[in-house]
Design a protein around this ligand. Structure first.
Ligand code: C2E
Ligand code: CA
Ligand code: CA
Ligand code: CA
Length: 277
């Protein structure tokens, strides 16, 4: 057993070296990826449940690596956060998404304005005043109406340092933008948390939506989130709607908005424009 243990150790150690090496390479390659045009945004439509009208889209980052092809966002976003690259990448993403949203409005000036949701990492939130300045500059330079920009922050990012986070969120909301709590329900923060953190909306994590048709507990939890959020005047968005039945049930339970493969896949900017056509 001892010998096997030793071999195991060696094996894991080598595997770890490889993982570290790959990470270092990815970090190096990610550094110039935006300028080389390897990074782009896709847009996933968000619908109002009551009348199935599109009300906006979430911008999601994609990395088309010259050798590896599409790199999973969970992998490269993590690399960007750990390395600090997110502090240059984040503002670039924000600008690109806001400019795109201005284009949507130019294309259909008399239609109901569409919002654009942009994911913000916990590291960007921690950079504090900088983020508020980045958002204010972006709104000024692109001319996007502030209320059409929605920033998505994960529940866990906000829990870490509640006092600081609440202050940041208050400052962000003073610019007129809306703040959404992403992956809601996964952070174990409990519903009471909503009272103390100033947000405009919550996005129920897709792990809860996945089973609402079969699991009464997941449905009960989802319904409780909707009721609690509404009592506080907070909008509720369901993620990961993959079936007509989920859509119908969420609508019946009074959920406000939804996104998911059943409603629309994330698509490149030009395809999203065509959807509006
Ligand atoms: P997220 O913010 O929770 O984004 C939703 C994810 O669910 C996206 O994965 C989307 O493609 C996927 N999705 C949408 N509808 C469905 C569905 O019906 N079923 C299933 N199974 N999945 C669905 P994606 O694009 O791989 O992004 C993963 C995560 O990477 C995002 O999770 C977000 O946390 C992060 N991310 C993506 N773009 C950015 C970015 O620009 N900045 C930051 N900081 N994070 C980003
Ligand atoms: Ca999100
Ligand atoms: Ca989410
Ligand atoms: Ca998620």
């Amino acid at each position: 057993a001892k010998v096997a243990g030793k071999n195991c150790y060696r094996f894991y150690s080598r595997a770890m070296d490889l993982a570290v090496e790959r990470r270092v390479n990815l970090e190096h390659e990610l550094r110039g990826a935006w300028d080389r045009g390897e990074l782009s945004l896709v847009y996933q439509p968000v619908y109002r449940l009551a009348d199935r009208t599109m009300v906006g889209a979430e911008a999601l980052l994609r990395w088309n690596h010259p050798r590896h092809g599409q790199v999973a966002p969970s992998v490269f976003i993590d690399v960007a956060e750990q390395s600090g690259l997110i502090e240059t990448l984040g503002p670039q993403v924000l600008r690109a998404a806001c400019s795109e949203a201005v284009r949507w409005q130019q294309l259909r000036p008399s239609a109901e304005p569409l919002s654009v949701a942009v994911n913000v990492s916990s590291r960007q939130l921690r950079s504090g005043g900088e983020l508020v300045q980045v958002v204010a500059d972006c709104l000024r330079d692109t001319g996007l109406e502030p209320e059409r920009l929605h920033l998505e922050l994960t529940e866990t990012a906000v829990i870490g340092d509640e006092v600081h986070a609440s202050e940041m969120l208050a400052q962000l909301r003073e610019t007129g933008i809306k703040v959404l709590l992403d992956d809601f329900g996964t952070g174990f923060s409990g519903l009471s948390h909503l009272r103390r953190v100033p947000v405009d909306g919550v996005k129920i994590d897709r792990s809860f939506i996945a089973d609402i048709l079969r699991d009464p507990d997941d449905l009960a939890l989802t319904s409780a989130i909707i009721a609690m959020a509404h009592s506080l005047g907070i909008t509720v968005i369901a993620e990961g709607v993959e079936k007509a039945g989920q859509y119908a049930l969420l609508r019946e339970r009074g959920c406000d908005q939804a996104q998911g493969y059943w409603l629309g896949q994330p698509v490149p900017a030009n395809e999203f424009l065509a959807l509006l056509g």
